[in-house]
Design a protein around this ligand. Structure first.
Ligand SMILES: [Zn+2]
Length: 234
């Protein structure tokens, strides 16, 4: 172990993202949660390869965790509780999941869904970008910010707002980015809900030359994903 690594571990010991317990160093750095949470947090055994109807622009979707219980709590603390450190165990889990399911395949570039300026200012970090950059570091596949927000705060407070905004384009290809010329992109987001964000972002990447777009989200609360999983494994 390098001295800097040793000091980091001494002062910032690795913690379980779900219960906050300090993890005993396994040496290989492969542990991202405590044994108790490993038993209770639901992790899919294999990737969802649905060409989902809400995701016509996305070739494959990878979602390791079910958005419920301690996983949901950890995500809320990560997104809204200022617990930035959670990106590391989350990215570790997602990395391992992608590796185990061939999720990096022929991917040339990793990118993420951008956060609105207001959200970024409020939070100080883009949770999806932190995870995506860590995946890049772990996989050796370059990270590039390929998208930007075009509108408002993204913080929808009323049904009216929602209706008004859904018709409008919320994202754009980042100004000054060269065309993708067939590059295969892995798009990272935090939670898979309706799929409209991923689909819009993937569509922009495709119309700017991406060969294909796969998506990876930390978790989802959608029941249809779980049903599909069950059918496949039945
Ligand atoms: Zn735990």
């Amino acid at each position: 172990m390098k001295t800097s690594e040793f000091l980091t571990k001494l002062f910032f010991p690795r913690k379980c993202p779900f219960c906050g317990r300090i993890l005993r160093s396994g040496g290989d750095g492969a542990e991202y949660m405590c044994p108790d949470c490993a038993r209770t947090v639901f992790i899919y055994s294999k990737a969802d390869v649905l060409p989902h109807e809400a995701l016509e622009k996305v070739l494959k979707l990878y979602v390791p965790l079910k958005y419920t219980g301690p996983a949901k709590d950890a995500m809320l603390r990560f997104k809204f509780g200022g617990e930035r450190w959670i990106f590391e165990p989350f990215a570790g889990l997602l990395h391992r999941y992608l590796e185990a399911n061939g999720g990096y395949g022929d991917i040339d570039l990793i990118t993420c869904v951008p956060l609105s300026t207001a959200r970024f200012a409020g939070r100080g970090y883009n949770q999806s970008e932190l995870v995506a950059r860590k995946l890049s570091e772990s996989s050796g596949i370059p990270f590039r910010m390929l998208l930007e927000r075009t509108s408002g705060s993204g913080g929808m407070t009323s049904a009216e707002n929602y209706a008004g905004r859904s018709a409008e384009r919320r994202f754009a290809f980042k100004a000054g980015t060269p065309p993708l010329r067939g590059l295969r992109v892995l798009l990272v987001d935090d939670i898979f809900t309706t799929g409209s964000t991923l689909n819009e972002c993937a569509g922009i990447l495709l119309s700017n030359g991406a060969g294909y777009v796969n998506a990876a989200c930390m978790m989802s609360g959608r029941q249809d994903i779980y049903d599909a999983q069950r059918e496949e494994s039945a």
